[in-house]
Design a binder for this molecule. Structure first.
Ligand code: PRX
Length: 657
């Protein structure tokens, strides 16, 4: 556990809901909320059934709530039918909200006239989605087909997702920072029929050329399922064009019919596949389905963010991550909210860009990652003080543990002491938020995500599944199925059961360690498996190791995390090279670049350490604990008597590049 995280265990400051906030909150009555929690705990499935009935429009109402007979593959609301695009668009278009802004987008470059801003009302967004849905059909995409989306943060990303949902195609969004190899892997695994991309996007003033990456990923025969590529012209830069395969978004929209009714889909119809890293093997494609996911994200969005019609909500995540799926697109739009989307980086053109955006658009709810906050802290207060942030009323964080110093800074400097902070714990697998404060009633303590959402049965257990007493650390598990949970790993049912339901048989194991205090609040302590969290991005050590050993000069590699004041963790790779190789800083550089090429820049090791051998036990297992201690700069502690060759340690200690 790193220092930052162990600090969390000693926090004593607390922040009750500000009076004004509680009075107007959707859930502001502590007594009523306690009763609601008790009711949900007594029968979680019935609670979620009520949520699904109240929050969604069903074409055919369901009569069953949870079917766990095929555990651990859940079915929720299985005999009901609905369409999530209908819920996110059409039902709002039948009310005054048709003229309400659904999406306000701001591009990164700032020209003479200011930044480019595009606003879609609910009606305009629905029109775009219907046309693109028809465009998908023109390209032969049918219900159940998979569509890869490799787009930057532009409105077309949301339009493409909703258009897939409208016709029952299953989208698989791939974060724009992933490499051609990673994109190709995902297209092959999903057998995607189509890839939707853009020529390029703007980030930190430069062009990120996505179409070039797609061309490499789809080079002759690599992804045989892909029949077409749709290209949004965002930057209008020159790109290669493969006639017959490549289609301009604009032309497709012009050719498509304007009206496309939402397809009536069973609640368990697949909605999307999203890849995430585990402790072993290749990234897993988690499959999320329609009805349960929709119910979960709609209700958590409204209650955790106290979402109202006059809010302007901004989540700074990328749509390539689950946060973007659930809390930029589906959760907010299902609630009829106005969502802000920003294309670029926070320091572009200056370090005040986020605060400038908040001031100009009058953002009321702001949701970001602790890493971003720590970066802003390091930049100092001057960029913030230039702006009026008085529109903000609620702040959120997600993706990694937030250290109390960053929490308090967020509260004081960004929230000016006025805004509750919702620290939301969840995962790609969970679909939506599972542990977070309800901001109108919860007294907040920096560093704890507080309590499970009503209807979520979380527990902390030891290695054999026994509940742990107050303040004893353990494994974070979820004891009862919930509607937003992934249904399986695409194409590998057994791996799903094995990865999540085998450590404690039959119970969902999150991969995180946690502690519960006397108030029942959960303190998340980070991953207990070989998954790293770098800037809130999940990276499997085994993926980085495979990338390294794929390099011609690498014999063996072991990857660990070390604490980092800004990114939470940083990647340190211990590498042995093939005999006679010059272990120079230039080679370290080349290996870092190699990992970025294989996986994407987010997996680039911060540090490469060369050694003649890696420390192993007599049975040949790499001693990761030792490597972690070495990487953290701490002395090596504990028992090293099983270490094969102690001189290895000495070399590793002295091998910082
Ligand atoms: O370790 C936890 C951490 O992020 C992991 C999930 O990563 P991912 O699937 O990429 O989803 C991130 C966005 C939902 C978790 O296993 N994590 C996420 N939120 C928090 C967190 N750790 C502590 N506090 C959080 N609020």
């Amino acid at each position: 556990m790193n220092d930052q995280i162990s600090n969390l265990l000693t926090e004593s400051r607390s922040f009750p809901p500000p009076k004004g906030f509680a009075a107007g909150a959707i859930l502001g009555d502590a007594v009523a909320v306690a009763a609601l929690r008790a009711r949900a705990a007594a029968d979680p499935a019935a609670f979620w059934g009520e949520v699904a009935r109240e929050d969604l429009r069903w074409q055919k109402p369901f009569t069953q709530t949870l079917d766990w007979s095929d555990a651990p593959h859940a079915k929720w609301f299985a005999d009901g039918t609905l369409n999530l695009s209908d819920n996110c668009l059409d039902r709002h278009c039948e009310t005054w909200r048709r003229h309400k802004a659904a999406l306000i987008w701001e591009g990164e470059p700032i020209g003479d006239q200011g930044p480019e801003i595009r606003t879609f009302t609910y009606q305009q967004l629905r029109d775009a989605v219907m046309r693109f849905a028809n465009g998908l059909k023109l390209l032969g995409v049918q219900c159940g087909d998979r569509v890869a989306i490799y787009l930057p943060m532009i409105p077309e990303a949301a339009i493409a997702m909703l258009a897939c949902a409208r016709i029952g195609a299953v989208h698989s969004v791939v974060f724009g920072g992933f490499s051609a190899d990673a994109l190709g892997d995902r297209c092959r695994d999903t057998e995607a029929k189509l890839v939707i991309t853009a020529d390029a996007s703007y980030r930190r003033g430069s062009l990120i050329r996505l179409k070039d990456v797609v061309d490499v990923a789809l080079a002759e025969g690599v992804c045989p399922s892909v029949q077409g590529v749709v290209v949004v012209r965002r930057a209008h830069c020159p790109i290669a064009w493969q006639p017959g395969r490549d289609h301009a978004w604009h032309d497709l929209m012009a050719a498509a019919q304007p009206h496309c009714p939402p397809t009536e889909l069973p609640a368990e119809h697949p909605l999307f596949i999203l890849y995430t890293s585990g402790s072993t093997g290749k990234p897993k494609g988690l499959l999320h389905t329609t009805g349960g996911y929709a119910a979960h994200v709609t209700r958590t969005m409204r209650w955790v963010f106290d979402l109202r019609d006059d809010d302007l909500y901004w989540c700074t995540a990328d749509v390539g991550w689950v946060t973007g799926h659930s809390y930029i697109v589906y959760g907010p739009l299902s609630n009829g909210a106005t969502v802000l989307m920003y294309e670029g980086a926070p320091q572009s053109p200056e370090k005040d860009r986020f605060w400038d955006i908040i001031e100009r658009h009058k953002v009321t709810i702001f949701y970001t990652a602790p890493t971003a906050l720590r970066t802003f802290m390091a930049w100092g207060e001057a960029p913030i003080l230039k702006h009026d942030l008085s529109s903000l009323r609620l702040l959120g964080t997600v993706g990694e543990p937030i250290n109390p110093a960053a929490w308090v800074w967020y509260h004081e400097v960004i929230g000016q002491g006025r805004c509750p902070i919702v620290d939301t714990w969840w995962q790609t697998e969970t679909g939506g938020i599972l542990i977070a404060p309800l901001p109108g009633v919860e007294t907040l303590v920096p560093g704890t995500a507080t309590q499970p959402f009503p209807g979520i049965v979380a527990d902390i257990v030891d290695n054999v599944g026994k509940s742990q007493p107050t303040d004893a650390g353990g494994l974070l598990v979820i004891r009862h199925p919930w509607p937003g949970m992934a249904r399986t790993i695409w194409g590998d049912r057994d791996r799903y059961a094995d990865a999540y339901f085998s450590k404690i048989p039959g119970i969902y194991f999150t991969g995180d360690g946690a502690r519960r205090d006397a108030k029942g609040h959960f303190w998340i302590m980070g991953r207990v498996d070989d998954v790293l969290n770098v800037s809130g991005h999940r990276i499997g050590t085994s993926e980085v190791e495979s990338a390294l050993v794929a390099h011609a000069l690498v014999a063996e590699a072991a990857v660990v995390g070390r604490p980092d004041a800004v990114t939470g963790q940083a990647i340190v790779a211990f590498v042995t090279t093939l005999g006679g190789t010059d272990n120079s800083p230039a080679l370290a550089q080349a290996l870092r670049a190699h990992v970025a090429k294989e996986i994407g820049g987010l997996a680039r090791p911060a540090e490469i350490r060369f050694a003649a051998a890696l420390p192993k036990t007599r049975s040949g297992k790499i001693m990761r604990r030792l490597l972690r201690e070495l990487a953290s700069g701490n002395g090596v502690s504990g028992d090293v008597t099983t270490l094969e060759d102690l001189s290895v340690l000495e070399t590793l200690r002295n091998s910082e590049d």
